[in-house]
Design a protein around this ligand. Structure first.
Ligand code: ATP
Length: 368
């Protein structure tokens, strides 16, 4: 079965600058996909190529089996929402939504019925006669969404739709968009640089960096099994430790010999080992037996910071040879083990959570 949206070997150049390089991607029908990456990584450029707003330099895009690579915007089948709402200020809310419908050959009565349906869908039926400036940012964005899906397009494109909104509204609208997307089953692509947004909304995330796709996967895959140091570092928080691979699955780190995930790396190679702060398991000082079969390390707690639901703790130890580790300990664990600044403790580094990559540089640093 072929995918709903099929992108192959896409390149986009602006003069000498290559904004997209060899991008290939499949999006299934009804899927919610997020393009995620740092500023300038090319996510908007990719979205604009899919919409036909800015044609790619090279490559092919198919939608529903149709080659749309060079089709003008008007002949494509998508609705789009921009960060800036882009509503017509001089038209009422209902006229804004009706705008695209009026040019689609529908009768006046059909348009009116559809506008009412859409206003109900985004929960703004009582605002229909107002003008955009009389609505809050969140409400305007819901109207922009209603307008984008008015003609029931096959593809919904969202370009940082939540970035201009304040934090509370953003979270609320995140749920609304996701719910609406599920209800309609419309294939959706959203550009965002907010990882929390991508992790909470997407079926799959496309992580981009410098114009290339670094990894495509479900939020859990991207978070738990990053395929590159960039992804491990960009998504969530992670410790980065310098080590040398001794044999497949084994490496020396400071004075320690540990087991971990070392796919694709060669013995003798300098590596960067990552572990997320929440994956470090706390034990009482002097503990000898690991619960997960991980390596045990005696450490001292240098600093602790209370972050509401957990304590972020900075750890060091003779065996770590100058490397510092950050670990997140639950309030429960802190109480149970009487963890405090200056105290000694044992930590466990589970082999399945120690993920190694080719070393980035020789400099000693942690990502936190
Ligand atoms: P942001 O989150 O900041 O919008 P982005 O990942 O969406 O970032 P793009 O807007 O796709 O990034 O831009 C990718 C790169 O291409 C950037 O380095 C940008 O400067 C460059 N670029 C984008 N549009 C043009 C243009 N019209 N002319 C020249 N360079 C451009």
């Amino acid at each position: 079965m072929s995918s709903y949206l099929r992108i192959r070997d896409l390149y986009k150049k602006f003069g000498d600058f290559t904004a997209l390089r060899d991008v290939s991607l499949d999006v299934e029908e009804g899927e919610f996909v997020c393009f995620l990456g740092p500023s300038g990584c090319g996510k908007t450029t990719l979205l604009r190529a899919i919409a036909g707003l800015d044609l790619q330099t090279h490559g092919r895009i198919e939608q529903a089996g149709r080659d749309i690579s060079t089709l003008p915007i008007g002949q494509r089948d998508f609705g789009i929402v921009f960060q800036s709402y882009a509503l017509f200020p001089n038209l009422t809310i209902e006229r804004n939504i009706a705008f695209g419908l009026e040019n689609s050959g529908r009768s006046k009565a059909e348009v009116a019925a559809r506008v009412t349906e859409l206003l109900d869908l985004v929960g703004l039926a009582d605002q229909r006669r107002k003008y955009p400036a009389q609505l809050s940012g969140g409400q305007q964005q819901r109207i922009a969404l209603a307008r984008a899906i008015a003609t029931a397009p096959g593809l919904l494109l969202l370009d940082e739709p939540l970035s201009a909104l304040d934090a509370k509204v953003r979270v609320h609208l995140r749920h609304q968009i996701k719910e609406l997307q599920r209800k309609l089953g419309v294939t959706t692509i959203m550009v965002t640089h907010d990882q929390e947004e991508a992790l909470s909304m997407a079926d799959r995330i496309v992580v981009m960096n410098h114009g290339v796709i670094e990894q495509i996967g479900t939020p859990t895959e991207i978070y738990r099994a990053p395929k590159s140091l960039f992804v491990a570092d960009f998504i969530g928080e992670t410790n980065q430790l310098h080590a040398t691979l001794s044999a497949p699955g084994r490496f020396s780190l400071g004075k320690l010999e540990l087991e971990g995930m070392t796919d694709g790396l060669k013995a003798g190679q300098s590596i960067t080992v990552t572990i997320r702060p929440e994956d470090i398991i706390p034990h009482a000082a002097g503990t000898q037996a690991a619960v997960s079969g991980g390596g045990l390390v005696e450490v001292t707690i240098d600093a602790m910071e209370f972050l509401g639901s957990f304590w972020r703790s900075r750890l060091s130890g003779a065996a770590l040879d100058g490397e510092e580790l950050y670990a997140d300990f639950s309030i429960n664990a802190v109480r149970r083990l009487a963890l405090a600044e200056g105290a000694a403790m044992t930590i466990e580094l589970p082999a399945s959570r120690l993920i190694a990559f080719a070393a980035k540089s020789q400099a000693k640093d942690t990502a936190l």
